[in-house]
Structure formats: C-alpha cells, structure tokens
Write a protein that binds this ligand. Sequence first.
Ligand SMILES: Nc1ncnc2c1ncn2[C@@H]1O[C@H](COP(=O)(O)OP(=O)(O)O)[C@@H](O)[C@H]1O
Ligand SMILES: [Mg+2]
Length: 212
Amino acid sequence: MSVAKSGRTRGRGLLVCIEGLDKSGKTTHSRLLVKDLNEMGYDAVYTREPSLGEVGRLIRKIILHGWRRAPPVLEAVLFAADRFDHVEKEIKPALEEGKIVVSDRYLYSSLAYQGASGLDLDWIMEINRFALPPDLAIYIDVPVEVLAKRMGEKRSVMEWPRIQSEVRKVYLKLVKKGFLVPVDGNRPVEEVSREILSLVLERLKGKGRLRV
Ligand SMILES: Nc1ncnc2c1ncn2[C@@H]1O[C@H](COP(=O)(O)OP(=O)(O)O)[C@@H](O)[C@H]1O
Ligand SMILES: [Mg+2]
C-alpha cells in the first residue's frame, strides 16, 4: 500500500531523512525502517547521499576517498549539486508515486559537516534552497567515544574525534532549533529501530500536513 492509496496523505509521499555522525547507525536504521514499513504494506524506498548520480560519484572520488579534506566551500557546493540531482531524479518521482522515501543523510548533513568546518549555516541553507523540506528528520545521537569504539582501528587519526565533536555540536543545535528529532542511538539496535518506526508511523497518522 502506498501512502497515496492509504488516503491519509492527500495523494503524496512522505520524505524521511536519517541523520547522524559516521557509524551512528544511519544505514542500519534506514534499511531496517524500509524493511519494517514494507512488511507493514507501505511502499517505502531507501536512498542515500551522496547519491548514486554523477555528482555523487564525483564526491566519493574527490572528497570521501581523497587523501585530505577538500576546502569547505567546495564540499558545500558539491553536496548541494548532488542533492539537487538526488531530489529531481530520485526523491520527487518517488514522492509523486506516493512512496515513503527514506534518505540516509540529507540537507542536515551539509549543515552539520560544513557548518562544523566554519561555513555560515544560513549560506548553506541558501545554496540548498531547492531541497524539499523533509516531513520528518531524525537525528541518531551517539557520543563520539562510543563511535570511536565502533570505528575500531580504522580511524585512529587523531583529528577524527575532534572533528566529530564539532559536527555533533551543530547537529545538537539543529535539534534545539526543532529541525531534527533526536533518538538515542546508544542502545540496542532493536530499541532504536522501534523508536524510529514509531516516529514515522506517528507522522504518517498525524494531521497529514505534508510539505512536499
Ligand atoms: N544501536 C547500535 N548499537 C551498537 N552497534 C550499532 C548500533 N547501530 C549500528 N551499530 C553498528 O555500528 C556500525 C555502523 O553502523 P552503520 O549503520 O553503518 O552507521 P552509519 O551508516 O551511520 O555510518 C555497524 O557495524 C552497526 O552494526
Ligand atoms: Mg552509512
């Protein structure tokens, strides 16, 4: 059953994004959420940023696999360009079909990561103005020390905890401002996923005030 067919949401889909630091459980929980919703009969799809499009591939090549961080402005405009591509090619068509779109990272990753690099949050918002506001933005919060343990030996770079702490500060600021709904991610996977599912079901049942 798509959201459209359920008749609760005026014929359009629902955009949910899952945010958090590296290893906080975004991919685990985005996939579990899609699986749970599908099992309940909803038409839910998983997608992620950087997207699978050409700009997304470019980001993976020059930023994520690069030997050092690119300048923050370059990161910000590339992520914004990829997001435009992602919204136009994947998110909008799926929402028009009445699907629940679960995006593993979205707009708030740009705010948190590039904001933590010193860029102005309003400027980041401005270059992302085209991005559809999500119906529900969930932030999986996990302390940096716990993440460092999940990371294991892979990221023993000294800078890593410091950068992650800065990013977490911006995420928590966005929670305070009401943009993100926090979920305590430092609990067993089943508990976290149950809470995320119930937030989504609540949003689906709610007033149906979709902004997409
Ligand atoms: N609530 C949790 N408790 C313990 N480990 C978790 C939890 N959620 C995820 N993990 C583990 O942490 C690792 C990172 O999860 P992942 O979903 O890939 O994170 P992300 O996509 O945010 O980087 C995985 O090995 C996963 O099994
Ligand atoms: Mg992931």
